[in-house]
Design a protein around this ligand. Structure first.
Ligand SMILES: Nc1ncnc2c1ncn2[C@@H]1O[C@H](COP(=O)(O)OP(=O)(O)OP(=O)(O)O)[C@@H](O)[C@H]1O
Length: 683
């Protein structure tokens, strides 16, 4: 007998108490070992339309709903006795009429009258969004026939309710149709077994052995470890003959793809480097990898998870020798000294930008190179005569660094790139970069030298709408060409429809990269709903603090634990305001930094920069005042138009990152005059 598990089973398992879950797991193991064991006491669900639904007894109260057909048994659902039966009576298992994928469908006439009645009543008042859709079009979307009328009657108020009754791909397709995006005709992938169809694998998984069953049940809320969207799966399993990239807005499961792909390549014996921007993100990746692997620790290959800087230092020490890096303060001091000694009439600010963005950032080593280097991202033009004079300052700067036996971070990566380009054996076959929007030019050059010409050598996961640390640059110019191998994910698993819709407006619908590629951010749907986010402006910080305190107290009453709540501010200067609000609500806080994860019983507190990679059920983004977001000092320090645009873009990204850490509840506040970005959020 083949045992299959469905996502509806893991969802329902996650809602039981720990004790009940333990009993369910034991019964599921017994079922896998010997389905004929009389202790399981199979009962057919007599009132079900689908006669293949049965229940299995866990204890006096709990029943597992299974679907038995042919030689396979599907674990479909688990609940208390009556609710388990009701669930099965309302559903049938069928094969999608177009694609051939297996799906569990809710039977329209069995869905509680009240719910459907509300959908119908409300539909009378507002225009129906999909009234003109033909049967063919709805079938193409995967809508079961008995739901056609409800879909056609759906209004903007009821479409989410209707979508909630449909199989996931149908739900995603009609939500897109409702905003004018016509879904692609479904792919017909010929498969013998409807459970093996790519669309089916997002909700069903055939279990090969007890370990897989244990893994699927151990942390049922971590569904991503077992079920992938077909678009995610494609990125995990596909082989690329050049650098490839998965993109998508916040919460679309890019990190999940990066992790699964790392495991897939290591299972094939590859040596994988999974790297990311900072230590906090690397730590989060390690935790997730451990969840994904479960007990399966014996990979034929290897996975090293390390932030970019540590990777660079380790590789340098292994291949070149000891390295001491100059800090930003040290670099600034040397530049000022070099400038003062040169008597060149340039501003310190200009020289700093020129060094960071061009000379050090692009590894310019001679005056000849300086004359021809690309100045993309820097609108300040320079006559060649001026460049000659300026070059002397940078030569002196390099000498100062050499004399002090110091390197810059960029310099270290460029040197490493030369070493690997010259044929030194790299310790990795595959490099996967998460949060790739924040990789620097020097780092990318080095990674390309390590694995750029290997099969499946370079893979990136990122979102240019979340670039918050580094300036954008041309990937092509460092030989990383992803055109034709870059695709976006469109299903948001993290944030509710309501939060996603509100925060999406912070960014333009289309973002253009330096290389000219356009990323269309429309057409994303979320897999669940929640309350509308609240955006509020207050007259003074004390009133803001009181309002935030009240909101926090209410959330804790909503069955949310303090550590599932995050308060996020622009920078540490606003921590005091946040702490006051947290303490007024009768809670304590825990500062989330690169080195520490959340602490049970304490509300998390983070800056917007360090919020990247975090996730909370409820989030407050507070102190969004004018002058704080965007941050006035950064605006003042921008020395040209491009730099100013860059400041506004990255400040917007920061607010977007902060707001999209929320799953179910979001509150954004500021004190008058508030951040100009809040106007967009209430639009
Ligand atoms: N196939 C899936 N099934 C269920 N949950 C998923 C799936 N894929 C991702 N998730 C969940 O969605 C959330 C967001 O996933 P992930 O962190 O990979 O998104 P992301 O695109 O990298 O987000 P960000 O851009 O904000 O970093 C996580 O809680 C993850 O567990």
């Amino acid at each position: 007998m083949t045992l299959i598990i469905s996502d509806s089973f893991t969802d329902s398992l996650g809602k039981l108490t720990n004790q009940e879950q333990a009993a369910v797991k034991q019964t599921a193991f017994d079922l896998q070992v010997d389905p004929s064991n009389p202790g399981l006491s199979f009962h057919r669900v007599d009132r079900a339309k689908d006669k293949d639904f049965w229940t299995v007894r866990v204890n006096r109260d709990i029943r597992i709903v299974v679907h038995k057909r042919g030689g396979s048994m599907l674990l479909a659902y688990v609940d208390h006795h009556d609710d388990a039966y009701k669930w099965a009576e309302r559903r049938r298992l069928e094969v999608h009429p177009r694609t051939g994928a297996a799906q569990i469908v809710e039977i329209r006439e069995r869905v509680e009258n009240i719910v459907v009645k509300r959908i119908v009543e409300e539909a009378v008042r507002k225009p129906a969004l999909l009234a003109a859709e033909t049967d063919e079009a709805l079938l193409d979307c995967g809508v079961p026939e008995d739901w056609f009328d409800d879909v056609r009657r759906a209004t903007e108020d009821t479409i989410l309710d209707v979508a909630g009754f449909l199989p996931a791909e149908a739900s995603e397709a009609i939500l897109n149709l409702a905003v004018g995006i016509r879904p692609e005709t479904p792919a017909v992938v010929p498969v013998e077994n409807p459970f093996e169809h790519p669309d089916a694998q997002r909700r069903f998984r055939t279990l090969e052995n007890q370990d897989e069953l244990r893994h699927a049940m151990d942390e049922p809320w971590e569904k991503w470890t077992v079920f992938l969207h077909p678009a995610q799966r494609e990125f995990v399993t596909r082989n690329f003959n050049g650098p490839a990239r998965v993109i998508g807005s916040a919460g679309t499961g890019k990190t999940v793809v990066a992790l699964h792909r790392a495991v897939r390549l290591a299972r094939e014996g590859g040596r994988v480097l999974l790297t990311t921007f900072n230590e906090a993100l690397a730590r989060a990746l390690k935790t997730k990898l451990a969840r994904l692997l479960g007990n399966d620790k014996s990979l034929p290959g290897t996975i090293v998870i390390q932030n970019m800087l540590s990777t660079g230092i380790e590789l340098y020490e292994a291949n070149i020798g000891d390295v001491s890096l100059a800090g930003a303060g040290q670099v600034g001091k040397f530049l000022e000294e070099a400038l003062a000694a040169s008597e060149t009439p340039l501003s310190v600010g200009f020289v700093n930008d020129e060094w960071n963005l061009i000379i050090d950032g692009r590894n310019v080593r001679s005056s000849e190179d300086y004359a021809t280097v690309s100045r993309t991202g820097r609108r300040v033009r320079m006559a060649s005569s001026k460049r000659d004079a300026t070059w002397g300052v940078f030569e002196a700067m390099r000498k100062r660094l050499d004399d002090a036996n110091l390197k810059t971070r960029a310099g270290m990566f460029y040197e490493l790139a030369d070493v690997f380009r010259d044929g030194t054996e790299a310790p990795f076959d595959h490099v996967i970069v998460d949060e790739a929007q924040d990789v620097s030019e020097a780092e990318l050059t080095c990674l390309a030298a390590i694995a750029g010409d290997r099969p499946n050598g370079l893979f990136f996961a990122g979102d240019i709408g979340q670039r918050i640390f580094r300036p954008a640059f041309s990937w092509k110019s460092v030989g990383v060409e992803i055109q034709g191998r870059s695709r976006s994910l469109k299903v948001n698993y993290r944030t509710s429809h309501q939060i996603r819709k509100t925060t999406d407006v912070l960014l333009p619908e289309k973002l253009t990269e330096v290389d000219g590629q356009e990323e269309n951010r429309t057409g994303v749907v979320s897999v669940f709903e929640g309350p509308d986010p609240t955006i509020r402006a207050f007259d003074d910080p004390d009133i803001e603090s009181d309002a935030v305190s009240n909101w926090l107290s209410q959330r804790c009453g909503d069955d949310i634990q303090p550590h599932e709540i995050g308060v996020i501010v622009r920078s540490v200067e606003q921590f005091e305001r946040a702490i006051q609000a947290i303490e007024n609500a009768g809670h304590t806080h825990h500062e989330l930094s690169g080195m520490s994860a959340s602490v049970h019983g304490k509300i998390g507190l983070a800056t917007m920069h360090l919020a990247k990679g975090l996730e909370f059920r409820a989030v407050v983004v507070m102190a969004c005042d004018d002058g704080i977001v965007p941050f006035e000092d950064r605006i003042q320090s921008a020395r040209d138009e491009v730099a100013l645009e860059e400041v506004f873009a990255t400040e917007r990204h920061l607010l977007y990152v902060a707001c999209t850490r929320a799953r179910d509840h979001l509150l954004v506040t500021g004190v008058e005059p508030v951040s100009e970005f809040l106007d967009d959020l209430v639009r």
